[in-house]
Design a protein around this ligand. Structure first.
Ligand SMILES: Cc1cc2nc3c(=O)[nH]c(=O)nc-3n(C[C@H](O)[C@H](O)[C@H](O)COP(=O)(O)O)c2cc1C
Length: 271
């Protein structure tokens, strides 16, 4: 998970843990790998992580958070950022306090996912609450949660006064979202969604890169999973996905992609 290519810079590497000394040592190791910034995870709701007192569980220990922030900031020369949720649950919403502690310890920026840990991925991200974290600190605040279009990104920026937006799930299978957002923020008229051919061309390139990185077996597993995401929203997507799932080798999968690109059953879908 620490592999990256120079083309991907700037690279942020996220750490999760709960022991200040261990996190500081891990941050030094990460810095030695040449990353540009270290991010600390204070939001993961996965039971395995939370039960170990890590990820989102840290929000219940604000003083301990300060110790972690101080230890990591002192250990490395590169910027350190944090990513957190609004709080442990709706009765313990304390992202503003944690963000202030982060700022006091020298943390460079904060990303806020507008849900509590207890919420998991249910309900809707509370953008108003992200705005209150923005008001609590002077360091940059990035808003996150439920941004699925250029319009959403513009609305979150305006509503929260945030310094940036972080996109998670909506970028899976749709790397065009960043281009669409930039275009809208620069005042251009909305970009049309990518055509099926464009999507398949990128899917094909993704497959080639995945093969060179993981080998054929790993790439097939990954790219079968990705198929549904790339094809989402197109009429006939289910049939196309089944054909991709049935491809038993990379050679066969390239052939299926070629056939789908020329196929008139799947036509350009609306998004
Ligand atoms: C499969 C999956 C894995 C995730 N892994 C991480 C992670 O390692 N670190 C992190 O800070 N957030 C992680 N997140 C949370 C996202 O960064 C983001 O906060 C969340 O999905 C809400 O944003 P979105 O609505 O744009 O997806 C993960 C989310 C998903 C769905």
């Amino acid at each position: 998970m620490t592999h990256f290519s120079e083309a991907e810079r700037p690279i942020g590497l996220q750490l999760f843990g709960s022991e200040p000394d261990l996190l500081a040592a891990a941050a030094q190791k990460a810095e030695g790998l040449g990353v540009d910034l270290i991010d600390l995870n204070l939001g993961c709701p996965a039971p395995r992580i939370v039960h170990s007192g890590e990820g989102g569980a840290l929000l219940r220990q604000p003083e301990h958070c300060s110790k972690i922030f101080e230890a990591v900031v002192q250990a490395v020369a590169c910027p350190v950022t944090i990513k957190l949720r609004l709080g442990w649950d709706e009765k313990q919403v304390n992202a503003g306090e944690i963000a202030r502690r982060a700022e006091d310890a020298g943390i460079g920026a904060v990303t806020v996912h507008g849900r509590t840990v207890a919420q998991g991925f249910s309900g809707k991200a509370d953008w108003g609450a992200i705005g209150r974290v923005k008001e609590a600190v002077r360091i940059p605040v990035f808003g996150n949660g439920d941004v699925t279009s250029a319009g959403d990104a513009a609305a979150l920026l305006e509503r929260c006064g945030c310094d940036g937006v972080m996109i998670g799930r909506a970028a899976l299978g749709n790397p065009w979202i960043f281009r669409q957002i930039r275009s809208q923020l620069e005042g251009n008229k909305p970009e049309p969604p990518p055509s099926l051919q464009e999507r398949l061309a990128v899917y094909r390139r993704h497959l080639e890169l995945s093969i060179s990185y993981r080998g054929e077996g790993g790439a097939l597993r990954e790219m079968r999973r990705q198929a549904a995401r790339y094809l989402r929203g197109f009429p006939g997507a289910a049939g196309a996905r089944n054909r991709i799932m049935g491809a038993g080798s990379a050679e066969r999968l390239f052939k299926v992609i070629g056939e789908l690109s020329n196929c008139d059953i799947i036509e350009r879908g609306g998004e």
